[in-house]
Structure formats: structure tokens, C-alpha cells
Design a protein around this ligand. Sequence first.
Ligand SMILES: NC(=O)c1ccc[n+]([C@@H]2O[C@H](COP(=O)([O-])OP(=O)(O)OC[C@H]3O[C@@H](n4cnc5c(N)ncnc54)[C@H](OP(=O)(O)O)[C@@H]3O)[C@@H](O)[C@H]2O)c1
Length: 323
Amino acid sequence: MDSLEGSASELLLTKKRELFLSIAKRDFCSSLIHLTGGTSGIGAETARVLAKRGVRLVMPARNLKRAAEVRQGIRRESPEAEIIVMEMDLSSFASIQRFCSEFLSLRLPLNILINNAGKFSKKLELTEDKLEMTFATNYLGHYLLTKNLLEKMVETATRTGIEGRIINVSSVVHRWVKKEGFRFSDMLNPKYYNGTHAYARSKLANIMHAKEIARQLKARKAKVTINAVHPGIVKTGITKDYKGLITDSLFFFASRLLKSASQGASTTCYVALSPRVVGISGKYFVDCNESSCSTLANDEDEAQILRQKTDALLRKRLHQAYK
Ligand SMILES: NC(=O)c1ccc[n+]([C@@H]2O[C@H](COP(=O)([O-])OP(=O)(O)OC[C@H]3O[C@@H](n4cnc5c(N)ncnc54)[C@H](OP(=O)(O)O)[C@@H]3O)[C@@H](O)[C@H]2O)c1
């Protein structure tokens, strides 16, 4: 049974590799992009737009059925679209590790990584790693994914001379977080859970992550940039959950500023593909323009502490997992 399963997965891997190599032979110039959260909302629209531009997409997703449906929909519009779906649950360190090792074993280039997936838990939920779900999915999961894929991106950029780009999809709500409410241990295991606070902190962490990695990449003179974006307020799965928690008057105000999914995807696509963004790193974009983020999001000491604590957590958890 084991060897049957083993050979089936090897066959799948070989088929995936063949598919990618045939694509790579045909067009060395077109970028390979990883996009998380491509199964709905802003991510699905981002995938549609990118596919139309001729890039090749890897869509890691926890819901493979929905991902396959999105791929089918995109192919109806863009029959040449190259999209490969792979399994990954961002709330699970083990799943991220599995996805990354499978992808890296394909020995393919990687030009662009879009950390778009997002979760908003109204009630306290814990991941299989016993961490608060929203912070784990939005920040920790993307942190680990980026860490695992970064060297591949640096190597691809050095070899091809084409700038690699990482985009963290954050939110304007990062501004709601105060310094005293941004404690790592409390974000991992909150004593008193508030979904809005957890979501806002995770989105602040997404920006700090981008700024911290940007500083490291600049110091290494790596040809890879990383920026954060706010897509605007778009009616998606996330805002449906969100609505119950923020006051009706605030939502009413926010609704007047609602964007369509394609408007929501436009800043991500701009930062991922536009030649105007060449060399720009560690910035925050809104409406396809560089914008200012909160003072806390710009705090380099806080970002460094966050990175150190995240690395220590991952070292401990991943070491435990592979003991
Ligand atoms: N909508 C807004 O107004 C708004 C405003 C500011 C920022 N944002 C940000 O924009 C991004 C996209 O959100 P959206 O509005 O498009 O929300 P959405 O429609 O709810 O989409 C969220 C995506 O994230 C995926 N996801 C959630 N948990 C996951 C997990 N554990 N593993 C893998 N994938 C997971 C979902 O996959 P499943 O299909 O498996 O659920 C889905 O594809 C998020 O980062 C969000 O924070 C949105």
C-alpha cells in the first residue's frame, strides 16, 4: 500500500515537473507566480487578471475543489492559462512544510510570491499547532511560506536578472493597533479574544514582515523586493464575517467606499507586475500608489522583535515536529 501510494505521488510529481518544464521551455521570460488565497474574493480576481497577462500560476490552496473550479473558470476566459493547484493549509506548519518541499523538489524558478490569503475568525479558534487561527493563518503561515521560498526567489532573480517580487496583502485596519496591544504571546494565545483585534494585529504584522525582509534583502543586495498593499474594502467572504463585529454605522460608512473585486485586485497586480515599481521595496501601497502606514508599522525595533520572536517560535515548533 505504502509503495503504491509512494509511486502514485512520484508520478504526480513527475507529471507536474514535466508540465512546468514544457512551460519553461516555451517561454523563459514569463514569470512564475505563487498566489495564496486564489480560491475566492480578491485572490480569485487577482489570479484571473494575472492569467490574462500570460504569467504562470501556482495556486496553493486548502480547498482543492474550489481551486479547481476557479482554474476552470479562468481557462474558459483564457484557454492558454497555465495554472497548477497544489494543496496547502496556511494554518498548519506541517502543511506549509509539505507544500514547500514538494514545490522546491520540482527545481523550478520562482519570480513572484503573493501572500494574499486571509482569515477572520469571529470566535477564538486554535490551529492544529494550538495557535490563534487568524494570526496563525494571516501572519505566521505567510511568514513561514516566505522564509521557505525566499532563497529560491533570490536564486531565480540572480540567475535570470529579472527582479523577484513579494507582495503581502495587508489592510488599512492595521492602523487600529496600539503598541501596548501588540504583544506576541498574547497574539499566539489570547486571554481575552477579540476577532477584530486579532485580524488588525495580523495585518499590522504583514506590513512589519514586509519592511523587515526588505531591509534584509537590501543589505544582501538581493534582486528581490517585498511590499505590502491594502486592496480597499471589497465585499468578499471576509467582510461578511466582519460585518457582525463592527458597528452598523461604521459598516454603513465603509460600504460607501466599497470596491469591486477587480478594483481590489488592481493594487496587488500593479505592485506585482508594473515596471514603475522596479527597485521599490519595504513600502505600503493603496490604490496603486505608495502610501503611508501607521507609526507602529514603521517601527523598525518592533519589526525586528517580531521577526526574532517568530523565528524562535518556528525553530521550536519545527524542531519538535521533526524530532
Ligand atoms: N475584502 C476586504 O475588504 C479586504 C480589505 C482589506 C484587506 N483584505 C485582505 O485581502 C486578502 C483577500 O481577502 P478576501 O477579501 O478576498 O477574502 P476571502 O474572499 O474570504 O478570501 C480569502 C482567501 O484566503 C483563503 N484562506 C483562508 N484561510 C486559509 C488557510 N488556512 N489556508 C489556505 N488558504 C486560506 C481562502 O481559501 P478557502 O477557499 O479555503 O476558504 C480564500 O481563498 C486577505 O488577506 C484580506 O485580509 C481584504
